[in-house]
Design a protein around this ligand. Structure first.
Ligand SMILES: [Zn+2]
Length: 395
């Protein structure tokens, strides 16, 4: 992704390096964009950064977003829907009449996609799964990683029986992702069976939402090895309830997704808080849903964990709580100390300036929710040239 010359290795010390089950160690060395050591003393040539007990987590994975739809307000025209079908139908007559749709759509697609990338980066996400066409700006030079090996259908509503064909076209080693059972009515309750009859239920089937799944459906999904992407904030906003996820989560078959801001939480950090409030999953379980479990479900063997040899995709959280998993769920955007993708710093606290220098990344001062931060200068430049006006980001 980026080329490295003879750059300084970096040793982060006095940290809490977090794995799926707890703290893995207290130090991390990265070199040439990769994690080279855990729990070893810094070497002579290293830049040494004392993190004062801050948490080093794998870069977060947002398993579901529509990147081009994050400059919209949250929109609905009824208090509660019984099926996403009716919510989508409410948009159709308004595209040419409602300023809440016309204004955001007037911004060029390239800028809207970048806006979605910035939203995710500011919340510590280093990999996002976009649900829609993989537009060209997402393939090259996007600020964060976008899952590229996947196939998708929108839903039974938009794709009807063609979903079976789409599933069959998907390599078994790629995830196939579909919005399914996004409703509380009788229609939503039939969708998993319908998918099964079309031959679309297998180990790489990943359904988004699943609010209308019965206990039998959930057991069947688990039995077939499939998985669920859970978007509770979006579900509560639209449907007034969310999926039951505890059994699937216990088996490691749930990833968390923010969805877009049209229906979802402002970002993945907001989504974690809504997920926590449902009391269905432990803090540790929520952490896995945005790291290791998400990586397994989306077939990303190099993401979602911290291990020797993997790319240094890392999000560092300041430490305000006793239990490390609490930090992740309680974190605000301003609590992120540093975000690295392949060892390249993109945003961080002002005292991380030496890390930017060691990676030869020019940094510029910005403010996130009133707090001073450093951002990679090339990214600031792109933002200046765009029509992006991310709330809380001052450049
Ligand atoms: Zn969606």
């Amino acid at each position: 992704m980026w080329r490295f010359g003879r750059l300084h290795p970096i040793s982060f010390i006095n940290a809490q390096v977090l794995g799926p089950d707890g703290v893995l160690g207290s130090s991390l060395r990265i070199e040439a964009g990769r994690i080279v050591d855990l729990n070893t003393a810094p070497q002579l040539k290293d830049l040494v950064i004392d993190l004062g007990r801050a948490i080093i987590a794998p870069g977060l994975i947002n398993a579901h977003d529509h990147l081009e739809l994050n400059n919209f307000p949250r929109l609905k025209w009824r208090d509660r829907y019984s099926n996403a079908r009716d919510w989508i139908a409410d948009f159709r007559p308004r595209f040419k009449t409602d300023p809440a749709l016309i204004e955001p759509l007037s911004i060029p697609l390239r800028d809207r996609l970048l806006w979605g990338g910035i939203k995710n980066l500011l919340s510590g996400v280093t990999t996002v799964c976009h649900h829609n066409r993989l537009y060209r700006p997402l393939r090259y030079g996007f600020p964060i990683r976008v899952v590229k090996r996947y196939r998708w259908s929108h839903s039974f509503l938009l794709d009807s029986e063609a979903v079976g064909q789409e599933y069959r076209r998907t390599p078994k080693t790629w995830p196939w992702i579909i919005h399914l059972a996004e409703g509380t009515d009788a229609d939503a309750a039939t969708e998993l069976d319908r998918l099964d009859r079309l031959g679309g239920l297998g180990a790489n089937t990943v359904i988004v939402h699943g609010v209308g799944l019965s206990a039998t459906d959930r057991a069947k999904l688990l039995d077939k090895g499939g998985a669920l992407i859970w978007c509770p904030a979006s579900n509560f906003f639209m449907l007034g309830e969310t999926a039951r996820v505890s059994e699937l989560a216990g088996a490691g078959r749930v990833a968390l997704g923010s969805d877009s801001r049209v229906s979802g939480a402002p970002d993945l950090l907001g989504e974690l808080k809504v997920a926590y409030e449902t009391k269905q999953v432990s803090l540790n379980g929520l952490f896995r849903m945005v790291t290791s479990d998400a990586a397994a479900i989306l077939r990303l063997p190099r993401a979602g964990r911290i291990a020797k040899g993997l790319p240094a995709d890392v999000t560092i959280f300041s430490s305000r709580h006793d239990q490390p998993f609490d930090h992740i769920v309680a974190a605000r955007r301003s609590d992120l100390r540093l975000v690295l993708i392949a060892g390249r710093p993109l945003i961080g606290d002002p005292d991380m300036a030496p890390v930017f220098a060691a990676a030869r990344v020019a940094a510029e001062k910005v403010r996130v929710d009133g707090c001073e931060k450093l951002m990679a200068g090339s990214l600031v430049e792109r933002l200046r040239r765009s029509a992006i006006n991310e709330p809380g980001l001052e450049i």
